[in-house]
Design a protein. Sequence first.
Lengths: 114, 631
Amino acid sequence: MGKPEQSTYPSTPRMNKKSLFTLDQAENYRPYVIHSVDAPSIAPEWQAWLEEIGFIPGEHVMVMARSLPGGDPIVVRVGASTFALRLAEAACVHVQAIAAIGTLEADPLASAAA
Amino acid sequence: MKQSVIHVHLGGPLVALLGNPNCGKTALFNLLTGSRQKVANYAGVTVERKEGKLTTPAGKQLRVLDLPGTYSLHPRSPDERVTCDVLTGHATGEKRPDLVICVVDATNLRRNLRLVLAVKRLGLPCIVALNMTDLAEQRGIHVDVAALAAALELPVVNTVAVNSAGAAPLLTLLDQPEIWRSKLALATGGIAEARSAAIEADHDAVRRILQRLGLDQNIPHLLSDRIDRVVLHPVGGPALLALVLFLVFQAVFAWAAVPMGWIDAATSVIANSISAMLPSNWFKSLIVDGVIAGAGGVVVFLPQIIILFFFILVLEESGYLPRAAFLLDRLMGGVGLSGRSFIPLLSSFACAIPGIMAARTIANPRDRLVTIMIAPMMTCSARLPVYALLIGAFIPHREVGGIFELQGLVLFCLYVAGIVGALVVAWVLKRFTARNQVHPLMMELPIYHWPRVRNIAIGLWQRVVIFMKRVGGIILVLTVLLWFLASFPAPPPGATGAPIEYSFAGWLGRGLAVIFAPIGFNWQISIALVPGMAAREVAVSALGTVYALSATGDNTAGALMPLIAKSWSLATALSLLAWYVFAPQCLATLATVKRETGGWTMPLVMAAYLFSLAYLASFITYRLALAAGLG
């Protein structure tokens, strides 16, 4: 499966935009917006799987919990659902901090209060 | 209209219930069909197939099929594949549904509606059941049913699957002839679209619909989140899980004691009164020693099985089980599995068969196979009778540290031994087979619900029926067969020993005792192990029969506990307990494994490795106990 130099963890963030990084590196309880989803070559089907459960560009995500030891897996709120993801899975989801995109879409917690 | 499989089905048009996992679909199914359900398997695959019947207000008879929950029409596990095959008319022996009821969770329309759009494209007549609207209202989500129907161009009906009136509007809708016709042409091909593009297009369409309805915000479930802060806490969460599991096992022993006493008393009353009525001959022996002693010795454990299933069902219904799987993911990852294996393994504590079948939700084929192979090491309820008998006979009834019961503590240790054994086997398998493997988790944690009494009751009832059918069927037949082997041929005139020593069973037992002597089993145990292969709990009724027949006085099976306490050494009892931790599984389990893995290789490998493990564990236990002077 795959070329030897390819890593199982595609966690290298894309550095073309400074604010863009992957969900596994996100802060707990802070809302982010999904920028894109891609999958490691070892498991190409993950992209479609993640999209089908709601990890779609434009959707809000928030890390709700991390387990001990090692912080793997994590609990992620996406849209109105909650999913447990391995770090390798979360690393497929590229996100942007809400503040970094100029709050076009309101903070989900703030809109809930309204 | 073309259908790949056309069968004649009686009982009216077929309605399929479809929805995301955790959308309340099964609760709605229970509400619609009540107790009129048939649980079986889909042809060729071991995915549980639930069908029920319902009658509409106008008297129309309908068959209702509860399809396995799915997030999309692109299957990633065997049970999602069944859902897709049924909807596209490709499922073997299954009629394509005449109508699809898309069950939609009103608190999570965004994800649920994407599936509705995909189903709509199939061209099947389709209606939308907007479920959990009561919970949505509590959270301030008000869905305009008419506007949603207009936006989807499908009939939408409000259902509250909690109360019995909740399904009334749906039933009324089913009487309208126009809903049984679709506006679109029936799609006959597969689902051959560019997948990612379709998902995003559907997502955009759903977003537009939700914007039009003013529902384009995510409203978190605050109570659920607050509970999760405790339950998923890195330290508190695992501690809570350990406490929950420990309390469940304590309750299985403590709460079941009283009803077990009643069943025990009832069994002896029945045995005594029948004994008084019948003339003393072989027929009386068959009824009293074979049937009543055998079946009674198993039925007595029904309360424990009900309590264990009750807790599993409550934990499942409330939404705690996936959290437990999350907490255990790290541990499972260490032995090459994922948290997804937790639910099949937990089900195996009740019975390995549903556990092995639940493994079909694991997408990775290697993980699925390993889960199947270690599932029989989880202590199934059928082993409880054996443990209960041995613990009751050999472990003193006293308190430890003021709160715990020594007997409960020993039981807990036996469960732990099975778990540790399973983890070690999984770890060994990981060393050989887990190279280049990725283990997806991607598991939904649904919001918490109060468990519904109706759903728990129906689930418990189905399990009790399965257990009682086993008692009535295979267990009874084997018990009677064993009685025959143990009773014939009759002892020669002038014989001094117990009659069983001269019977077929006596010879067989003495033969097997040669193999089992090194691990401390006497010939009575050796005989009981043979029918124990058919169903583990039969070992207890077999011991009951063997001892009832070997007694020279009139001991009944009720006296089995003191009898073995007197005649076995503690080393033998401990060795038998160790044997049963890894016990060679029942034939029904092996048959299930054969069906799930599609060949005899895996069940044979499983039987061989569990036999070796059990023998080794018993040997070590027996020798250590002898060395400690417990012989």
